[in-house]
Design a protein around this ligand. Sequence first.
Ligand SMILES: Nc1ncnc2c1ncn2[C@@H]1O[C@H](COP(=O)(O)OP(=O)(O)OP(=O)(O)O)[C@@H](O)[C@H]1O
Ligand SMILES: [Mg+2]
Length: 347
Amino acid sequence: MGLFSRFSLSRDMGIDLGTANTLVYVSGKGIVLQEPSVLAIDKSEKRAIALGTEAKKMLGRTPENVMALRPLRDGVIADFDSAELMLKHFMHKANEGKSLVLPRIVIGIPSGVTGVERRAMMDAAVHAGAREVYLIDEPVAAAIGAGLPVVEPTGNMIIDIGGGTTEVAVLSLQGTVLSESVRIAGDELTDSISQYMKKVHNLLIGERTAEEIKIRIGSAYPTRDDDQAVMEVRGLHLLSGLPRTVILKGPEIRESMSEPLSVIIEAVKRTLERTPPELAADIIDRGIMLAGGGALLKGLDTLISHETGIVTHVAGDPLSCVVLGTGRVLENFQQLERVFSGRSRTT
Ligand SMILES: Nc1ncnc2c1ncn2[C@@H]1O[C@H](COP(=O)(O)OP(=O)(O)OP(=O)(O)O)[C@@H](O)[C@H]1O
Ligand SMILES: [Mg+2]
């Protein structure tokens, strides 16, 4: 027994299979993989030719026989076969081919999903080589990963703004007291920039360029150095049909994202309105925690504080909160067993 307790035969994994990014945590090691959830496949041979970072570079730049695709939409699996293929590759890479036994897997899932979507996630993990699959609501995992005391009888509010979904949840005693999930998040912010560029600057730009604009000069709330935020952007001019360079300023980009941002703010306000008074009092004391890549948008914490009157913090490493949470759960399996919202056994 001594031997087995010290040298686990399987490499248990915590996985955040996100719309934008997939992260894998290996028990006892930490985060071993963080890559875009993108797969490039050869259409004629129907096989994967690139994955993750390499495949993301191909988005919008593929020849006819190659297709770069994102198997997840709005936080859930949109294309089952490619999601499974991607998961299998990532699990294999994280495992480094060392383990002999199939791993136990804890995987995050948006809280608002249907039974069918849950089932699809579990099946994909099993087909990809998991021995047992445990599902955890992403807001719960994010809160654990952000270091919130979810085991205590205290109310905590977490907002996870990913690529496809924004989830707002109030947690207490290892569980979700209430939550709301809207399918508006980072990707919609990026989309609004693309649309704005078309409408106002007559410039066609790709998804990657729009995202870069958002990250470099985008913001949710005015700051003092707003005017300094400028960026040169290249795209295809719609009127002349030729490539052209345009200079963009921070404030116009903030303005272009105002619609999806207000949807996010409304979801936060609705959740606060539904929160039982004792828990609301806790949240006022403790503040709101922001996680997910969307939390990195400049000034988003200030906007939420301003709109709700509650102090808002950005988690230390917002992109990793969910996967860190799944890892903590793996490593404290007995204490945190109640956090799971679903499980499957194959053995
Ligand atoms: N510095 C930044 N500023 C603004 N947005 C950012 C920044 N860095 C990443 N993002 C955005 O964060 C989003 C990805 O976040 P994350 O990896 O948490 O999503 P995900 O977990 O894959 O998606 P989901 O949880 O919806 O399935 C993308 O829309 C990306 O553009
Ligand atoms: Mg996520």
